[in-house]
Structure formats: structure tokens, C-alpha cells
Design a protein around this ligand. Sequence first.
Ligand code: 2BA
Length: 111
Amino acid sequence: MKLLIAIVQDEDAGKLVSALMSEGYGVTKLATTGGFLRAGNTTLLIGVDDARLDGAMSVIEKVCHSRKQMAAAPAQVSGTATVGGLSPYPIEVIVGGATVFQVNVEQFKKF
Ligand code: 2BA
């Protein structure tokens, strides 16, 4: 069994949860915050049998899209003067589709 930790954009999260659930995957949705943009994103925990791993990855790949986003850059990236730790000059970043970590599950139990 594997645990997928999938960090996705909020815009894709609802559709992704629905798609995974409709295909019989178990999902837990967490509200999270990206360290770079300091903006909300969504992290999904998906426990999946090895045989269904590729299927889960395909659903994530199909649903999650990359997007350009204008963002206030943290000062250490922009190298400019700051307002509240952020540069006044926005930068463009491409976020997503999805950042997925695949972790081996040693044991899985439900009590
Ligand atoms: P954030 O940390 O808010 O990053 C949002 C986007 O900003 C990133 O998109 C990337 O395009 C850009 N970015 C991040 N760090 C940067 C830097 N030092 N300089 C310039 N641009 C930078 P994604 O790579 O698609 O990441 C989306 C979200 O996935 C991240 O939000 C973070 O929450 C998570 N993530 C990505 N890589 C991770 C990692 N290695 N470990 C843990 N979480 C990660």
C-alpha cells in the first residue's frame, strides 16, 4: 500500500475529491498553505493499494491544471525593498498541476 500526499490548487480540489471518490479511492482533505506564496492550497491524503496506484495518479494528472499566478514575492526572492516582508513588485509563477509525494505504508489498520 502507498500513501499519496497530493498538494493541489484550491480551484481543483473539489473536482479532484469527487473524481477520486467516484472511483472508489479513500481521501482526506486538508486546508494547507504554500510556503512560497503564503496562499491557501489543498493537501489530499490518499491511501491506495499498489494495484490501484497508477489509476489514482491518472485521476490527479487529469483533473489538476497548472496556472499562472501573479504573487507578491517574498523579499529574499525579489531582492527589493519590502512592505511587510513582501516586495511591492509582483512576480509571475506557474503553480501546479499537482505536487505528489508517494510514501510506502508500513501498516494500515482501522479500529
Ligand atoms: P508554494 O510554496 O506557495 O509555491 C507556489 C509556486 O511558487 C510553486 O508551484 C512554484 O512554481 C513557485 N515557487 C516555489 N518556490 C519558489 C522559489 N523559491 N522561487 C521561485 N518560485 C518558487 P509548485 O511547484 O507547483 O508548488 C505548489 C505547492 O506545492 C507549493 O506552494 C507548496 O505548498 C507545495 N510544494 C511544492 N514543492 C514542495 C516540496 N518539495 N515540499 C513540500 N511542499 C511542496
